[in-house]
Design a protein around this ligand. Structure first.
Ligand SMILES: Cc1ncc(COP(=O)(O)O)c(C=O)c1O
Length: 381
């Protein structure tokens, strides 16, 4: 394991104003603002103020954001559609599937983020049958026995939002493909934290937003669609940007775009695209492989330090099987979060756990301070 990051952590820290007043350890929820993301938002505001409307430049920004996302996941920009949320992207995927034939099953892990699981549940009205994979908080889920010739789609969250457990989605996607089913991966908790290449993973769909480890903002998400299948799909959740010629303004013809932009809907989230691209470019500059190496060090320090302070770990202690997000079981997680915030540490409460999710700019001292604060807060309750 390395002893320091491969990049200049101090110069990156200088670019995050929030570090002057507190320790953000909630990157699994919302990453802090940087000079670059702020400048990107200001570029949009300046453009709007200067020209009233700079449509071509704004559309070019959205295309650049798609390009940045594509680069991060090893895809082509034409393989990427843009949405306002992962839930919306999932709904569009669901709307492109039929559930009235032999293949009407959706195999879903218990590790789905609720917004994704809800979309699959809602397909029940359209004839879909949901098969829930039994869930273990720290072991691979057992998809194999549930995937067969009745399966339309397998949905797998890459990194579990509760404790950062990383599923082997390449294996799950291969199993789905072998059974003639499609695979959908929610990579919201892994992009920016774990290097991802969609071609290596072999997935059919991959969705993620940008406000967590991609250092971005809410209100924008991206969907990768494997180019080999895209022309077979016609989402009924659609809009004029899904057309091959949106600016023909032809209301009589449903001319499907030949690539993933057939999944685009209405006017894209322009200001969010400015900020999202700036965030993704930071991750690209720092380098996902170097980030992952440092995350493993931080996660090890969190797990060992948590144990030394008597905290109860939720999930695996194998840092190769998780993101840097480390969860500890606490009584009344929201009260614990509030108390920690008052002491200058930003954690993230979810159900019965407090998540400590450092990122590339966090130090081992940050981790120690966060753990001391968590242990003190619990002791004082
Ligand atoms: C794994 C995961 N998927 C999806 C979401 C939310 O998706 P959205 O709000 O964009 O629908 C989150 C967190 O907000 C998440 O952690």
């Amino acid at each position: 394991m390395i002893s320091r990051p491969a990049y200049d952590i101090d110069s990156w820290r200088r670019r995050i104003p929030l570090l002057a007043s507190c320790i953000p350890m909630n990157n699994c929820s919302q990453a802090p603002q940087t000079d670059a993301t702020r400048a990107a938002a200001e570029r949009y505001l300046d453009s709007w103020n200067r020209s009233g409307m700079d449509w071509d430049a704004w559309m070019a920004e959205v295309a650049l954001a798609k390009r940045a996302f594509a680069k991060l996941i090893g895809a082509a920009p034409s393989d990427v559609a843009v949405f306002g949320s992962v839930s919306a992207a999932t709904s569009a995927v669901a709307s492109a599937l039929d559930f009235d034939g032999q293949r009407r099953r959706i195999v879903v892990s218990g590790m789905e983020f609720p917004g994704v699981a809800h979309v699959w549940l809602a397909q029940g009205r359209r004839g879909a049958q949901l098969c829930q994979v039994a869930m273990h908080e720290d072991q691979p889920n057992d998809y194999d026995s549930l995937i067969d010739e009745r399966t339309a789609l397998v949905s797998a969250s890459h990194g579990w939002y509760v404790n950062g457990f990383v599923q082997d989605v390449a294996r799950i996607a291969a199993r789905a493909r072998a059974a003639g089913a499609l695979s959908f991966v929610d990579a919201y908790q892994t992009l920016g934290a774990v290097p991802v290449n969609v071609r290596d993973l072999g997935v059919d769909f991959l969705a993620a937003g940008t406000l967590k480890f991609l250092m971005g903002v809410s209100g924008i998400s991206f969907l990768y669609v494997r180019p080999e299948i895209v022309e077979l799909l016609q989402p009924t959740v659609t809009g004029w940007f899904g057309r091959s010629a949106p600016f023909a303004f032809d209301a009589q013809t449903l001319d499907w775009s030949p690539n993933a932009s057939r999944f685009d809907g209405g006017t894209p989230p322009v200001v969010n695209a400015y900020i999202a691209r700036a965030g993704m470019e930071i991750i690209d500059d720092v380098n996902p492989v170097s980030i992952r190496a440092w995350h493993e060090v931080l996660a090890r320090h969190l797990i060992d330090g948590g144990r030394a302070r008597g905290l109860t770990l939720h999930g695996t202690d194998n840092v190769r099987q998780k993101t840097a997000t480390t969860a500890f079981v606490v009584p009344d997680s929201h009260a614990v979060e509030t108390a920690m915030r008052a002491r200058g540490v930003l954690p993230s409460a979810r159900g019965q756990v407090i998540r400590l999710a450092p990122h590339f700019y966090n130090t081992l001292d940050d981790v120690d301070c966060a753990l001391d604060t968590l242990a003190d807060v619990i002791r004082a309750r």
